[in-house]
Design a protein around this ligand. Structure first.
Ligand code: NAD
Length: 263
């Protein structure tokens, strides 16, 4: 299937590793030009060069903290200066810390809100005028399975991913007539650097191996394994493609069947 991504320009946020990087690699392989960000210039430039070398796509790496609106507007400016436009936006960031209600003060909620919700809002605000003008655009938010089924001990993520989903569903209605789609992908347990670090950390606390810890997650997954970043990125590439032109306002899990709900 030709996804029609050749010559499209995509901004992929938080893409130095993990899901963001996998999406960037997939889009570059499909012929899109990219602007990608992470907080450290050196790291994101290295990753941009690696993706460019592997795919032949044009990739710019720019330092930006997506929870800082000034960084977001600079990032979009660099993309527009270099490529003339941004057709596709993939929002992403690191996850907020784990914890229960009593773990967090209001400041923690503010920080997590800037990281997860405001970053998606601000990125969308910066790219939408151009998308509306050209009457074509794709916005895709990376959220979490927590939107459908809250995950224990993740109160910040459970709350704020739902807020992003409400924002995205409303925005989808407001921009659909401009040929712009807004969707979310809900990753389940996926073997990224973060998940590897997390499983090592949790395993240490319980004096078991990381593999034993991951096996506990795998027991809850009908496919009995955690996902690969490439499996996530394949759906992302489709949802931002020309071919997904009539899909908007939706959230799709890539979770090996983890969410048990019907809808
Ligand atoms: P990861 O830690 O491996 O990668 C996160 C990326 O975001 C890195 O490139 C990092 O440099 C960048 N980043 C972090 N904070 C940033 C900021 N403020 N500004 C710019 N860049 C920033 O994480 P991942 O596993 O790829 O997860 C990506 C997102 O998906 C996270 O929000 C995570 O909570 C969520 N998620 C992941 C899984 C999973 O199993 N991997 C499951 C559900 C949800």
């Amino acid at each position: 299937m030709d996804l029609g991504l050749n010559n499209k320009v995509a901004l992929v946020a938080a893409a130095s590793r993990g899901l963001g990087r996998a999406v960037a690699e997939e889009l570059a392989t499909e012929g899109a030009s990219l602007i990608i960000c992470a907080r450290k210039q050196e790291t994101i430039e290295r990753v941009a060069n690696e993706i460019e070398a592997a795919t032949g796509a044009k990739v710019i790496g720019a330092a930006a903290d997506v929870s800082n609106p000034g960084d977001v507007s600079r990032l979009v400016e660099i993309g527009i200066q270099r490529f003339g436009r941004i057709d596709i936006l993939v929002t992403n960031s690191g996850g907020p810390p784990a914890g229960h209600f009593e773990t967090f003060k209001l400041d923690d909620w503010n920080t997590a809100t800037r990281l997860l919700l405001y970053s998606a809002v601000e990125l969308a605000r910066q790219v939408l005028p151009g998308m509306k003008e050209r009457r074509w655009g794709r916005i895709l938010n990376i959220t979490s399975i927590a939107v459908k089924q809250p995950v224990d001990n993740l109160i910040l993520s459970n709350s704020l991913r739902a807020a992003v989903t409400g924002f995205a569903r409303t925005l989808a209605n407001e921009v659909a007539s401009f040929g712009i789609t807004v969707n979310n992908i809900m990753p389940g347990y996926t073997r990224t650097e973060r998940v590897e670090e997390l499983s090592r950390m949790m395993a240490e606390k319980e004096a078991i191996t990381a593999e034993e810890f991951v096996a506990r997650w795998e027991k809850e997954i009908p496919m009995r394994r955690i996902g690969k970043p490439g499996e996530f990125a394949a759906l992302a590439a489709f949802l931002v493609s020309e071919r997904a032109s009539y899909i908007t306002g939706t959230s799709i899990p890539v979770d090996g069947g983890w969410i048990k709900a019907l809808m």
